[in-house]
Design a protein around this ligand. Structure first.
Ligand code: IPE
Ligand code: IPE
Ligand code: MG
Length: 250
């Protein structure tokens, strides 16, 4: 197999987003509690962060907990929350040493004070880092994102008495999560489902979508290389014709 290292820099994505799905099924297959699947998933998360950092990918955004995941059994939600606290506490110093800048996106207000504290501490510690931008989507939903952006835009427009015609796509985009980053180039979803599940619905407009059956805890370095290789073979047209793109590249 061609290793990611062999893929030329021009064909590497700048921004990768990942729906890390399949932890529960991974555990079920082993007759383990679902929480064990989530714990095993942390190892795969650590690996993809390291891989992105070593390939000098600019940004990685991972879906850790959706706004809809509160609807899971209370015991599972509770175990996920304590896994978040312990993982952030255990990993943040290592991430800092690797020059990773950590940010959380989503509505943090529903989290316990303890979790909000560890989120704030990790963001503060790493805020000036210039390496990989790691965004962790927690209590995140794409619809929530568009809604919170609209509210902020509305407030600012009222303050300045601005005209309705000043609302264009860029105006709203400024208030959305991740507006400071390039739009995602590559979306990876493990676990076999082919859906977005209310992830970055606005930001994914022109992202290349890659779905793989592998369950998240089994997602290996080779699986990551395969995703990069698949991405390298895409022709991104953004509405133009294939010929126009080929001529631009020539
Ligand atoms: C993804 O794995 C992790 C979270 C949603 C927190 P799942 O828990 O959804 O795993 P499956 O889809 O049930 O296998
Ligand atoms: C999406 O996975 C959310 C995360 C990976 C955190 P889900 O497993 O919750 O998605 P659905 O409900 O199957 O669409
Ligand atoms: Mg799932």
């Amino acid at each position: 197999m061609i290793k990611a290292a062999d893929i030329s820099e021009q064909t590497l994505p700048r921004h990768i987003v990942v729906v890390m799905d399949g932890n529960g099924r991974w555990a079920n297959k082993r007759l383990l509690p679902r929480a064990a699947g989530h714990k095993a998933g942390v190892n795969a998360t650590r690996s993809i962060v390291e891989n992105c950092a070593s390939h000098k990918i600019e940004a990685l955004t991972i879906f850790a907990f959706s706004s809809e995941n509160w609807n899971r059994p209370q015991a599972e939600v509770k175990s996920l929350m304590s896994l978040f606290v312990s993982t952030i506490t255990a990993e943040v110093k290592k991430l800092h040493k690797k020059n990773v800048c950590v940010k959380f996106i989503g509505d943090k207000t529903r989290f316990s004070d303890k979790l909000q504290n560890s989120i704030n501490t990790s963001e503060l510690l790493t805020e000036n880092n210039t390496g990989l931008q790691l965004n962790i989507a927690a209590n995140y939903g794409g619809r929530w994102d568009i809604m919170q952006a609209s509210r902020k835009l509305y407030c600012d427009l009222q303050k300045t008495n601005a005209d309705i015609d000043s609302i264009d796509e860029d105006a709203l985009d400024k208030y959305l999560s991740l507006s400071h980053l390039a739009a995602p180039d590559l979306f990876i979803r493990t676990g076999g489902e082919q859906r977005i599940s209310n992830f970055l619905i606005w930001q994914l407009a022109y992202t290349e979508l890659y779905f793989v059956d592998t369950l998240w805890p089994d997602f290996s370095d080779d699986d990551f290389s395969e995703a990069l290789q698949w991405y390298a073979g895409r022709q991104r047209r953004f509405g133009k014709t294939g010929q126009q793109i080929a001529e631009q590249g020539a």
